[in-house]
Design a protein around this ligand. Structure first.
Ligand SMILES: Cc1ncc(COP(=O)(O)O)c(C=O)c1O
Length: 396
């Protein structure tokens, strides 16, 4: 490669992103309970998906330490070669139970679980229908599968119905949706999606990344809350959010899991999750069972924050049930950056979310709540937001 020209091109791309306020860079964030330390300042963490505050729970830390001492820190091979350890089997058995499913399979991340599941279930000649606001990992998985991909406007099930009707010639039909939409914090209507799947003989895959551990009577997710656990064909969960560690778990019928073990390249051609990670997930499942106050608390915080924001005329995406995600949509990337900077000045860490993570013109600050936030901290946050509005008015 002609290094100069190559690097000139890269610098031009980076300059272009920066000029459009779309540049991204890593910043070091030290975690300390519900606070983070960023550039020497201690801020309330409103930016993590650690909804139940489990990533620093002593039970998880102890389980990880024990697994590390007894079993080591790596699985050493792909699960199908020499990497399938008893702790993996235990996570999968327990997760199947937790999700009211026949069987489960753990992949290293939720992203990879989506890739493995979607590309095992649909391929060339098949049809995959995606909600417009689905997570990027589902979009990437659908594209990678080689199937025909159609996108319906967010929550527009009549459009989905039409797409599925038109897809009659396709061999298989797969409907793919988030349960809790990661940037809007609203929920899918799984009942209606199950009905459509039945009518069109389509497979329904639901990504419960943000519902697992938080929604439903036992914390199993939106499918449990909406009483459709038996009707959803494939569920993806991740341990990276409410469960406080990392790992993507597919739950479904035993035959589906067998197929993914045989066909899921993102499962087959990667090393099994370390035993330490499997131990953390098992411990997290214990805490979810034994400490239901955590999910109740985070949902109460969300309901009261949403009510206060609506009273103050913030436009929030409507949702039938509160979830830990509360987006403050500002519009332009610049305005989202300015709000994030204002919140940071006031002691809150909630970075701006900009395109391409969200649509152009829908940049936002995404607040995500945790079970260990104090109600008084929500009041201070509201005061900071009132200050922002006041500042806006003075500028106009
Ligand atoms: C809806 C959704 N699915 C999947 C993922 C990927 O999960 P993981 O972080 O475990 O790869 C995320 C977030 O990262 C997500 O928000």
């Amino acid at each position: 490669v002609n290094t100069d020209a190559w690097l000139d091109d890269i610098h031009a791309q980076l300059r272009d992103l920066a000029a459009r306020s779309l540049g991204r860079s890593l910043r070091e964030v030290s975690h300390d309970g519900r606070f983070v330390k960023v550039a020497g300042r201690r801020l309330l963490n409103l930016a993590s998906n650690d909804y139940l505050a489990l990533s620093q729970h002593p039970a998880l830390a102890q389980a990880v330490a024990k697994a590390a001492h007894e079993l080591g820190t790596g699985a050493g091979a792909s699960r199908l070669v020499a990497g399938h350890m008893p702790l993996h089997a235990e996570v999968e058995r327990r997760f199947a139970q937790f999700k009211h499913a026949q069987a489960a399979l753990i992949c290293p991340t939720g992203y990879m679980a989506n890739l493995a599941a979607v590309s095992s279930l649909a391929g060339e000649g098949d049809l995959i229908c995606l909600d417009k606001l689905n997570h990027a990992s589902l979009i990437d998985a659908a594209r990678a599968s080689g199937a025909t991909v159609r996108v319906y406007p967010h929550g527009d099930l009549s459009k989905l119905d039409r797409l599925l009707s038109r897809g009659d010639a396709q061999k298989r039909k797969l409907i793919v949706t988030d349960s809790v939409f990661s940037m809007d914090g609203d929920t899918a209507d799984l009942h209606a999606l199950c009905d459509l799947a039945d009518q069109h003989d389509a497979i329904l895959l639901v990504d419960e990344a943000h519902g697992s551990g938080v929604l439903g009577s036992s914390g199993a997710g939106l499918a449990e809350l909406q009483n459709v656990s038996e009707r959803v064909d494939v569920v993806i969960s991740t341990a990276s959010k409410a469960l406080g560690s990392l790992g993507g778990i597919i739950t479904s019928k035993a035959a589906v899991i067998d197929l993914i073990v045989n066909r899921g390249r993102a499962f087959i051609f990667t090393t099994g999750v370390p035993p330490t990670q499997a131990a953390a997930i098992n411990a997290a499942l214990d805490v979810v069972r034994d400490e239901p106050w955590r999910r109740q608390r985070v949902l109460e915080l969300s309901a009261s924050l949403r009510a206060e924001l609506l009273q103050r005329n913030w436009q929030l995406p409507p949702t039938p049930v509160p979830t830990p995600i509360v987006p403050l949509i500002t519009g332009s990337a610049e305005s989202a950056l300015a709000l994030a900077a204002h919140l940071s000045d006031q002691g809150f860490f909630a970075p701006a979310i900009r395109p391409p993570t969200v649509a152009p013109g829908a940049a936002r600050v995404r607040l995500s709540l945790r079970a260990d936030i104090e109600p008084a901290e929500i009041q201070s946050l509201l005061a900071a937001l009132d200050g922002w509005r006041g500042r806006d008015d003075r500028n106009n």
